[in-house]
Design a protein around this ligand. Sequence first.
Ligand code: G3P
Length: 208
Amino acid sequence: MKFFVLLIIAYLLGSIPSGVWVGKLFFKKDLRQFGSGNTGTTNTFRVLGKKAGITVLLMDILKGTLATSLPLLFSLDVNPLVFGVAAVLGHTFPVFANFKGGKAVATSAGMILAYNPAFFVYSALIFIITLYITSMVSLTSMISAVLITLSTIILPFAIPGILPQFDWLLTLIAIALTIFIFIRHKENIQRIKDGTESRVPFGLGSKK
Ligand code: G3P
């Protein structure tokens, strides 16, 4: 019973449409009608600016972190990743926003933060370096997902200080989320192919 209640709470936490709410509340704008139409951090930065972007990034990460911490907070002996995944599904298919949500990236990061902070820092570095090279958040999200998944296999042998042992559930979830992230970026992939994907104004790939 406790398991199912916490699973629903995790999904509901993930469902909080941070971008939509911040946009409507403080800017009287519905993010879904501007920029890429996505409700995540990147489009918030693009449409509503830095402050709103950072707020949505933190909120979306926090949703995943809180959801993943539920078994610890409520003394339930179930792998926390299960609740992280529920939050990611909530973030992508939010009950509070007609089931049209983000692309699973920030909330997945929040899940990693709660599960293994050292691996979060490692993953964040991969993301930052890749973003610097590509200057495209969408491409960075997909490349990072692949690299982070590979890292769940390699790190336990290469740098056990970050991932002490091979964690099959983490790898399995990382593979599933990577496929999911690629599917959610279908339109971005098309724009990358067409050469029309938007870029951040910094890094090697920026068009300054
Ligand atoms: O996490 C979403 C990001 O990878 C792409 O967002 O708004 O450019 O489609 P957007």
